[in-house]
Ligand binder design. Structure first.
Ligand SMILES: [Zn+2]
Length: 99
């Protein structure tokens, strides 16, 4: 059962209420009968979604950056990597240098 947090817009009284999803939200302050607003607390759906969205965005940016670096690395490595790994190759059937 989710816990909803409310804050009175009139006196500022804050309180929590255990409610079913189907229950009507509290609209009156138990202290002064003023109007209350429901606060979206930690673990609330909106905040959770926001965090997930942020993570996805961060990942995609990180992915793009790494992809660029990887491509640059492959380009640089293809000229130097091949000769360094097989410069002293004595194999008759090397798959790296094609001998
Ligand atoms: Zn109040």
């Amino acid at each position: 059962m989710p816990t909803y947090e409310y804050e009175c817009t009139k006196c500022g009284h804050r309180f929590e209420k255990f409610q079913k999803m189907t229950d009507k939200p509290v609209s009156k302050c138990p202290e002064c009968k003023g109007k209350v607003k429901r606060l979206i607390g930690l673990g609330g759906g909106v905040i959770f979604k926001g965090a997930g969205f942020y993570t996805t965005e961060y990942r995609s940016e990180e992915y793009k950056r790494r992809e660029r670096e990887e491509k640059a690395g492959i380009t640089a490595g293809s000229s130097t990597g091949k000769s360094s790994s097989c410069s002293s190759c004595s194999s008759s059937s090397c798959s790296t240098c094609g001998k």
